[in-house]
Design a protein around this ligand. Structure first.
Ligand code: AMP
Length: 414
């Protein structure tokens, strides 16, 4: 049961929006959380980014708010640890709520106060915020919690790591006692569990596995290359026969288009898939890639979540992803079911810091390889070159506390 969004008692405006997002069926966390939240229960969810957790709370919040659409008072508050996450969450509310008349606002640090104060004055229904700025604006009297019915604490364990737990408690103290609370955390260390116990009343509990783990047999390499040489490097690599089926990632749709145009000019069979393409075009590109009609698929991160194609031998990060989680997601598209897969990451001067942060968060040192025509020793030096010209794999060093890199587990999106 609950295998389709239609089974979850959602109304047409939301079902339509989810369809347009390209979501075909609910993820495990969505299947479990949405019905409990629609019943008005509190929720304690162990789930991390990539599991579909945002929709797991945003969809029921929108449904519940839509029961009284015209009230236009602040009724739902979401706290996130980072600015990026706050923006993403607000964007998700807008996407899933596109057919509802809901107002959203976002409040976060590091940007001017003016526009946020203006947005608050327009009485949003939903507010997404990082703790510091929200406290600040609360103390200046710009936020009233009187009518708040629903509260989400997202990534509670990260809040703790980032030193926000006190701020969170101060905010929670100001919320009405009579409310529905949704608590999300990837892990539940004692301090986080204590916070959950204080905030929740007889919560429904949901735990889902991490979205993707990197298989041990995966080979992960970094190629230092100047931005201007990336297209030539890609073309040269794709000329190798052993690359049977490659998924190439870019950060932007524009870049994805450019890469495919270039490959097509070089008479290589390549297709592109990103969110500006119609659903039909995306499905066709995927089907052609799946059947082997095209050998190379170029994609952006957003649409790649749903790619579930057998036999991808190579994932190529033409541009590095934003963070370690993105990296794990991308390379999780290959080396399935014990097959050997390879992830090749192109790193230009501006991406050196990203490679380092991915390495430190995942606890894996990616293998540096200078064995290609476009190798840039200047960028390797920037990295602090522990470059391994022999091409031998470095023994991966595991960092503590990174759970996604354990033995492979089945999860959403695989
Ligand atoms: P989250 O864990 O909320 O960060 O979501 C991870 C990614 O999964 C986002 O790119 C969502 O757009 C996407 N997503 C969420 N729910 C679904 C679904 N039911 N089907 C396909 N993609 C989804």
């Amino acid at each position: 049961m609950n295998d389709r969004f239609e089974d979850l008692s959602l109304t047409q405006p939301i079902l339509g929006a989810l369809g347009e997002e390209g979501y075909e069926k609910p993820t495990p966390i969505q299947k479990a959380a949405i019905p409990a939240l629609l019943e008005g229960r509190d929720l304690l969810a162990s789930a991390q980014t990539g599991t579909g957790k945002t929709a797991a709370f945003a969809v029921p919040i929108l449904e519940l708010l839509a029961e009284e659409p015209e009230s236009h008072e602040l009724r739902a508050v979401v706290l996130t640890p980072t600015r990026e996450l706050a923006l993403q969450v607000e964007e998700s509310f807008r996407a899933y709520g596109r057919y509802l008349k809901m107002r959203t606002a976002v409040v976060l640090g590091g940007v001017p106060y003016g526009p946020q104060i203006q947005a608050l004055k327009k009485s949003p229904d939903i507010l997404v915020a990082t703790p510091g700025r929200l406290l600040d604006l609360m103390e200046q009297g710009y936020v009233s919690f009187e009518k708040v019915e629903m509260f989400v604490l997202d990534e509670a364990d990260r809040m703790l790591d980032m030193g926000f737990i006190h701020d969170v408690r101060r905010i929670v103290d100001r919320l009405p006692r009579e409310r529905q609370t949704m608590f999300f955390s990837a892990t539940l260390p004692p301090e986080v569990a204590a916070l959950a116990a204080d905030m929740l009343w007889e919560p429904a509990r949901v735990a889902v596995a991490p979205p993707a783990a990197v298989p041990e047999e995966m080979i992960q390499r970094v190629l230092f290359v100047s931005r201007h040489d990336k297209l030539d490097l890609l073309t040269a690599l794709l000329g190798l026969e052993k690359i049977k089926r490659a998924l190439v990632f870019t950060r932007t749709k524009h870049r994805a288009d450019r890469v495919v145009q270039h490959l097509t000019r070089k008479r290589m069979s390549a297709e592109v898939i990103h969110s500006n393409k119609t659903q039909k075009a995306r499905q066709r590109a995927l089907a052609d890639f799946d059947s082997g009609k095209v050998r190379v698929l170029v994609a952006t991160d957003i649409v790649a979540r749903g790619i579930d194609v057998e036999g991808i031998t190579h994932v190529i990060n033409y541009e590095m992803p934003n963070d370690a989680e993105g990296y794990v997601h991308r390379i999780g598209r290959t080396a399935r079911a014990g097959a050997r897969g390879m992830a090749l990451s192109f790193c230009d001067a501006e991406e050196v810091a990203l490679v380092k942060s991915i390495e430190s968060l995942t606890g894996y040192l990616l293998q540096k390889t200078a064995r290609h025509r476009f190798h840039s020793s200047a960028i390797a030096t920037l990295y602090g070159s522990d470059e391994d010209a022999s091409g031998e794999a470095k023994k991966p060093a595991r960092a503590k506390g990174w759970r996604s890199f354990g033995p492979r587990r089945k999860g959403f999106g695989r």
